[in-house]
Design a protein around this ligand. Structure first.
Ligand SMILES: Cc1ncc(COP(=O)(O)O)c(C=O)c1O
Length: 364
């Protein structure tokens, strides 16, 4: 069935009353194989256009009526499910309202240590902005020429006062991946000097293995994970950390209510998502397919793209002759701005095949 945005708002009972329509206008409609041509296309925040999974939606509906209860039991069930999935124990898991909450706590740990932070640049801008907000000294390490994280340079940049080192793997906005072998060597050395926060928000779009098996033997390693990407639950706000139990305790102490940040409805969705492999496999293969299509088309136009291990593409507008941002606006597409001025690098989220075809037509 074709659902357009207006009928969707109507179903929510918001259309007629006009409540919140202004804000909802900026959100794309739920996934449809046959979207209306005038639907806005949101390719800005690396969201998953297909989610939430059918099982997650059912679990959310089933748990609405339990929202009068605090989350304790269901959060414990979520921690147990996450422990099983990652082959660790529940003591190694801290749940959070999205993984940005874990990044936020890590920044506060750096503040407590009165130390600097080291991170590659460009990387996930939330990390750099939160560090700035807390007034932490930021040491930024440029990427290599092919936009990969320069791990030896990051290691050398660590100072005696460094509290936290942030590594996003695969990296946002570039989509590049450090191999597990490179990272294990890096973490072994770097964690002798500082807490290493490895953000694996996009690891599910790769074939690479997580570092979560290392946490039991290393108190200075924290892995941040999210349900916002392959599971399609960005608006549900569910994330978690995997770390040594002592480190989990330290991080939990900085939450208003340890493990209490995720609502009953979102926790139910997260648990159900973990059991919906059919959905994640579908997302994985559809994103791969539309990413390949978009990169091939962009490269045919002379736009240099960095090989991506994620659901977004980093590309240079240096050789592009039209006004890229005007083309997006004219076609009701939201993309991102520029990251590195000198090479005019920008990022586009990989949406559905239909959305990527619309994007390519818009910039052709
Ligand atoms: C690298 C990275 N980490 C974390 C997040 C945020 O995740 P969450 O929605 O779980 O807070 C994002 C979102 O785009 C991201 O790109």
């Amino acid at each position: 069935m074709v659902t357009n945005r207006r009928s969707w708002l109507k179903q929510l009972g918001l259309g007629a009353a006009g409540i919140g329509v202004g804000r909802l206008e900026t959100i794309a409609a739920p996934f449809s194989d046959f979207p209306a041509d005038d639907e806005p296309v949101r390719l800005v925040a690396n969201e998953n256009p297909y989610g939430p999974s059918p099982l997650a939606k059912k679990a959310m509906a089933d748990h609405i009526a339990l929202s009068n209860r605090y989350t304790r039991n269901i959060t414990e069930a979520l921690r147990a499910a996450l422990a099983k999935k990652n082959n660790v124990s529940a003591d190694n898991i801290l749940t959070s309202a999205g993984s940005t909450e874990i990044l936020d706590i890590a920044a506060r740990v750096a503040v407590l240590k009165k130390g600097s932070t080291v991170s590659p640049s460009p990387s996930f801008n939330y990390w750099t902005s939160i560090a700035e907000k807390f007034g932490i000294e930021r040491i930024l390490v440029p990427l290599t020429a092919d936009k990969k994280i320069d791990l030896p340079a990051v290691l050398s940049a660590i100072q005696p006062n460094t509290g936290v080192v942030y590594i996003c793997n695969p990296n946002n906005p570039t989509g590049t991946l450090c191999s597990r072998k490179e990272l294990v060597e890096f973490v072994t050395e770097a964690s002798k000097k500082a807490l290493i926060l490895v953000d694996e928000a996009y690891i599910d779009f790769t074939e690479e293995q997580s570092l979560c098996d290392l946490v039991q033997g290393n108190k200075n390693l924290v892995i941040a994970r999210t349900f916002s990407k392959i599971y399609g639950l960005a608006g549900a706000r569910a994330g978690y950390a995997i770390a040594h139990p002592d480190t989990i305790q330290l991080f939990a102490g900085m939450q208003p209510w340890p493990n209490g940040s995720i609502s009953v409805v979102s926790a139910a969705a997260a648990i159900a998502s973990l059991g919906d492999e059919q959905f994640t496999k579908m997302v994985y293969s559809r994103i791969r397919h539309s990413k390949k299509y978009a990169i091939e088309q962009m490269e045919r136009m002379g736009i240099r793209c960095i090989p991506s291990y994620t659901n977004f593409i980093y590309f240079s507008l240096a050789q592009y002759k039209k006004d890229y941002f005007k083309q997006l606006t004219l076609n009701n597409i939201t993309g991102t701005g520029i990251w590195e001025e000198d090479g005019k690098w920008s990022r586009i989220t990989v949406g559905t095949q239909h959305e990527m075809e619309k994007f390519i037509r818009a910039i052709a």
